[in-house]
Design a protein around this ligand. Structure first.
Ligand code: BGC
Length: 386
């Protein structure tokens, strides 16, 4: 009897761990999150040391929801390092490009993997703008333009992180007056929440003591095949947008917003990204002007990977989205997850935002935050299969 009991125990233990063995190693870290297990996991946030920058500890936070979906974040750049979801066959995979260690995130040329970009996401022409009669000069880091906050933007600083309840992490950062040339002390907070409906919700807020441009977004590179497809060209994308902000040769808006109808920029009906990309010099790297009903959280994009059945919906309060098809990835990044080669178009970004270079285009939606006001933006990436 005793012996039978022993074998039963072993059998049950093997049954419990076997699905984890079949999945990627991220799964092994969180037994409770095993989606194949009969018991429903409890949502949780855990934290562990991820590495060090000098004496400062970089922390990784792991949020797991009741469905077993996992999101991992680090306080360097308030970065999303992992989003682990199930495919249509209940097999788990990581749907964002990422590195295997902090060294990957710190390497020169890390193209903003998963990070928060700011103080001004995307470009400001010649790194210059005039506000209330004063001209400001910003750090220039991209063909003479200022991109994603300059040389040391919000993606390259250590944020303070703290778990909130059992399903969220809040990051805060004080960007000092004059940082990268921007006026005013800007207090920024970004809260990532993973709901039990498999939504990753990102809520941003900021206040300032001097008028300043603010445009915050997240720079995750999605590949819903979770490593099965080397590019996103087979993903089907829908963008709820009838026009886009035309750009010049250094990707600065010309000020014109031409219609997408009848052009390769038309994603009003979902189509494979690879269908027309050859007709767009350099690939997609533009801001689409969203067709919105108001200022609330609205569905503005969907992304589908037929092979895995993974489907992502994007909701935002923002007026624009930068669809960037990973054009500058060239397979040279080091420390990549599982040694993957992140080749051209290996991942795509859907950066919900105000329009690029708005401080120099008065007819674009306002991006100037003034003392006494609060900047807010909310974006949700919702994962399912079909
Ligand atoms: C920009 C690209 C840029 C990339 C950096 C995107 O948001 O639109 O032009 O190269 O970020 O990785």
């Amino acid at each position: 009897m005793e012996k039978n009991h022993f074998f039963t125990q072993i059998f049950l233990t093997l049954m419990a761990v076997s699905p984890m063995i079949a999945c990627n190693d991220n799964a092994a870290e969180n037994n409770d999150a095993n989606p194949d297990s009969a018991s429903v996991a409890k949502a949780s946030v855990t934290q562990a040391e991820y590495g060090k920058i000098g004496d400062a500890i970089v922390t990784q936070y792991t949020i797991t929801n009741e469905k077993g979906m996992i999101v991992k974040l680090i306080n360097y750049g308030a970065t999303v390092t992992d989003i682990i979801t199930l495919d249509k066959n209940q097999s788990r995979g990581n749907v964002v490009l990422g590195f295997d260690s902090l060294a990957g995130y710190l390497q020169p040329g890390n193209p903003y993997f998963g990070s928060i970009v700011g103080r001004y996401g995307n470009r400001i022409a010649n790194g210059r703008f005039t506000l209330d009669g004063q001209t400001y000069t910003l750090a220039r880091n991209n063909n003479g333009q200022s991109l994603h906050g300059g040389i040391k933007g919000f993606d390259k600083v250590l944020w303070n992180g703290e778990p909130v309840g059992d399903n969220a992490v809040k990051f805060t950062y004080l960007s000092k007056d004059g940082e990268e040339g921007y006026p005013g002390n800007l207090n920024v907070s970004v809260t990532y929440t993973l709901t039990n409906d498999n939504e990753l919700k990102i809520e941003y807020s900021a206040t300032t003591d001097k008028a300043t441009p603010v445009n915050l977004t997240n720079h995750a590179y999605f590949n819903l095949s979770a490593g099965a497809d080397s590019t996103i060209l087979g993903h089907e994308l829908m963008l709820k947008a009838d026009s886009f902000t035309e750009v010049n040769n250094v990707l600065i808006p010309t000020g014109k917003n031409p219609p997408v109808a009848g052009t390769p920029m038309d994603f009003t009906t979902a189509k494979p990204i690879g269908r027309d990309i050859a007709q767009v010099p350099g690939g997609y790297d533009h801001n689409w002007v969203l067709r919105r009903d108001g200022n609330g959280l609205e569905l503005i994009a969907t992304l589908y990977h037929p092979g895995s059945g993974r489907y992502m919906e994007v909701f935002t309060t923002e007026p624009g989205v930068q669809f960037y098809s990973g054009n500058f990835l060239d397979g040279r990044l080091k420390h990549t997850r599982d040694g993957q080669k992140y080749v051209k178009h290996a991942g795509l970004c859907l950066e919900t935002q105000h329009f690029p270079d708005s401080p120099n285009h008065p007819h674009f939606p306002n991006t100037i935050l003034r003392p006494g006001e609060t900047y807010t933006q909310t974006t949700v990436y919702k994962f399912s299969t079909k």
